[in-house]
Design a protein around this ligand. Structure first.
Ligand code: ATP
Ligand code: MG
Length: 695
């Protein structure tokens, strides 16, 4: 049978365990009858009440569904796909191709030949089902008190008007549209309007510079760029239209001229202010779009027609232009959303990610709306005007599912519990994390303080490339371990391979790869299919290579250990960054940590740790020693950092991920080789770190 893998056998054995209480319990180790020594191995059981109402309420139920998804992917996914509207159905014989590159070029296809429209499925289908009056989007502005909302019927009308306008100006099926907007309702509206008419959107995070925007415009040569005049982020006003102006000027130098720049007047930030307004090219959204009909026929597209282009965050280097198609992505984002968050129609869902990232595509826009969910879209910064803002929003909208990133969890944890406990948070029932491994101590804080030890945490491991969740807890289905992404989603076959590409069974650590394809997989890197194959399919022939390291424990739980490029080799011990960082962060005075390897005469590589301290804690030699000791005690002497470097701030991507490649250069003093820093959120931290090198 296909499903004999180690982790399933373990789930089976766990299914016989009694359900415990919702609190972290050391007793569970005894129940298991094994030596679960380290605190990461503590099991956190969902409450029986939670499990009883969950979509997947036991390991057995998961095991059955998973087994079916692997043994009969066509049947499994067809059944789910049939819940959507297809103009024409697929041929059941045509499914995904194998992703074995030894057999030739990689060509992944799902539901090929079927026609559908993702906007129709997200909006019209919900309105037709009688949910037109349900709130689709609650919008919360940067300033408390600034808000708005749209029902499904209203959202559909807005989308149709923009679709009609885009068609009117000549945008058709297959044409690219670049969207450079902040988190206004107009951002998902613009994405959906493109999807409705078969245009391909490329959303560029509205925090990127003119140069980064220009690169992305040059790549897909859009007919239209959609932006707004300005945005307020925290106390600052950022003039987005001016950034677009310079990007377009830059593009013109390379012979790419964009005919139309549709500019939304974002009054919440500032009134119309015409700077370099170019008549004919520049058009105010409000002057034209509302004049168009609020009904717009749908463009039916092939399941394999492109839906969007999106660049990866650029944590490891230059961002890659990932292309997703329509049918498989639709089915996959909707299904992963539903199960990983145990979604119920009464939920109010808030994901803090920006639509400029894949998380905002799959889990602000498409996944939730395809399920008819009510989504909170937040324009502002999570700690403005103070660190209690998130919980104020949770209480205001009665948010029941809250999905965020470890970087935010760590920063709110550093700011102190007062901000959290000031608010009720009673509505919360499921929490989620994405973007980086969540350190067990941050996990516990999120669980105990934010979720009052009541809400399961879905630590979702996935990538821009995967389109949707790959390894994730299903809340209520099985006990969790703080810091582990647990088990694969339906249809996903993760394997851990060694350097030679051999699969390793049982308890092990190595390179995380995926066998076979899944519906949400990306189909190519835009304009460079060869790079797609070389980067992802050639390193370990026969598998999709994720670039991440992973270990599997004896219970079959998956632990992401960090990027394989970042693995440190100390005297022959291969050490993932996540493990050492989590040990450091477990120190009560350490808020955040990033470790890198540096050359070491004796050990080959030594460990160099950058640490951010909890608010108000002074940096001292004593503290350095105690940090090193913590790692020694938790992991072992071989993992003890050789150097601790005080970091008031860490270099992060604009999506909040630590950029270790820059830290490696700082640690080895190769300051003229910092590389592409254009995706850094705050380049000034680099100078600060260099200045602190000798502390
Ligand atoms: P680039 O590929 O350009 O370097 P990136 O990999 O940061 O950028 P994304 O696709 O946004 O771009 O991020 C995916 C990566 O984020 C994963 O490969 C993994 O390293 C990390 N990641 C995401 N979620 C988790 C998680 N729950 N646990 C651990 N790591 C995660
Ligand atoms: Mg990546």
């Amino acid at each position: 049978s296909l499903v004999t893998s180690h982790h399933l056998r373990h789930v089976e054995s766990m299914s016989r365990l009694p359900s415990g209480c919702g609190k972290i319990s050391h007793l569970n180790a005894i129940i298991l009858g094994e030596s679960l020594a380290s605190e990461e191995n503590d099991l956190v059981f969902p409450s029986p009440e939670f499990s009883a109402q969950a979509l997947v309420s036991s390991p057995e139920q998961y095991r059955q569904m998973y087994k079916r998804s692997i043994e009969d992917p066509a049947g499994f996914w067809s059944e789910i796909a049939s819940q959507f509207y297809w103009k024409e159905k697929w041929d059941p014989e045509v499914y995904s191709e194998n992703i074995d590159v030894r057999k030739g070029i990689v060509k992944i296809e799902w539901f090929k030949g079927a026609t559908t429209n993702i906007c129709y499925n997200a909006l019209d289908r919900n309105v037709e089902a009688g949910n037109g009056g349900k709130v689709a989007i609650y919008w919360e502005g940067n300033e408390p008190g600034q808000d708005g909302q749209l029902t499904y019927a209203q959202l559909l009308e807005k989308v149709c008007q923009l679709s009609n306008y885009l068609k009117h100006v000549g945008v058709g099926k297959g044409d690219a549209v670049v969207i450079y907007l902040p988190m206004l309702m107009e951002l998902p509206i613009a994405m959906l309007a493109c999807a409705r008419i078969g245009a391909v959107h490329s959303v560029v995070f509205a925090g990127f510079s003119a140069e980064s925007l220009a690169q992305r415009i040059l790549d897909c040569k859009p007919k239209v760029v959609i932006t707004c005049n300005a945005v307020r982020r925290g106390p600052k006003v950022i003039h987005l239209k001016e950034i677009v102006d310079s990007a377009l000027t830059e593009c013109a130098k390379y012979g790419v001229s964009v005919g139309l720049c549709l500019t939304y007047e974002n009054q919440s930030a500032m009134e119309r202010k015409v700077t370099k307004w170019q008549e004919r090219r520049d058009v105010w959204w409000q002057d034209v779009v509302p004049k168009f009909s609020s009904k717009c026929a749908v463009e039916w597209v092939d399941a394999e027609d492109p839906l969007f282009l999106l660049y990866t965050s650029g944590s490891t280097g230059k961002p890659k232009g990932v292309l997703h198609t329509t049918g498989g992505y639709m089915v996959y984002t909707a299904t992963t959303f539903k199960y990983a968050f145990d979604y119920k129609p009464s939920d109010i869902y808030w994901c803090t990610a920006d639509c400029g990232w894949i998380t905002g595509h799959s889990y602000v826009t498409y996944g939730p709306l395809l399920n008819g969910a009510t989504v909170v879209v937040f324009e502002g910064a999570p700690s403005y005007p103070d660190s209690g803002r998130c919980w104020e929003i949770v209480d205001k909208y009665k948010v029941s599912i809250f999905y965020t990133a470890p970087t935010l969890v760590r920063s709110l944890m550093r700011d102190g519990d007062e901000y959290v406990i000031h608010y009720s948070r009673k509505s919360l029932r499921v929490l989620g994390s994405v973007g980086e491994p969540i350190n067990p101590s941050a996990w516990r804080w999120f669980f105990n303080v934010v979720g009052d030890s009541r809400c399961p945490i879905s630590d979702t491991w996935w990538q821009t490339e995967t389109g949707g969740f790959m390894i994730t807890p299903l809340p209520g289905a099985w006990p969790q371990k703080p810091g582990s992404a647990t088990f694969p989603f339906f249809g996903v076959q993760p394997v851990i391979v060694d350097e030679k590409g051999n699969e390793i069974e049982g308890e092990c650590s190595g390179y995380l790869c995926i066998k076979k394809s899944w519906p949400g997989a990306f189909r190519t890197l835009y304009g460079d299919h060869e790079r797609y194959e070389t980067t992802y399919f050639k390193p370990f022939p026969g598998y999709y290579f994720t670039g991440d390291g992973c270990s599997r424990d004896k219970d079959g739980y998956h632990w992401l250990t960090g990027r394989v490029d970042d693995v440190i080799n100390v005297s022959g011990h291969r050490i993932g960054t996540a493990e050492v960082e989590s040990a450091l962060v477990s120190h009560p005075q350490c808020a955040e940590a990033a470790v890198v390897g540096v050359e070491h005469e004796v050990k080959g590589q030594g460990i160099y740790a950058f640490v951010t301290l909890v608010e108000g804690v002074p940096y001292s030699e004593e503290l350095q020693k105690s940090l090193v000791l913590t790692v020694r005690n938790q992991i072992g002497a071989f993992a003890a950092p050789d150097k601790i470097h005080w970091a008031p701030g860490l270099p992060k991507t604009r999506s909040g991920k630590i950029m270790r490649r820059i830290l490696r250069k700082i640690a080895s003093r190769q300051l003229d080789e910092l590389g592409d820093t254009s995706t850094l959120a705050d380049p000034s931290v680099v100078d600060q770190l260099i200045a602190l090198s000798d502390c």
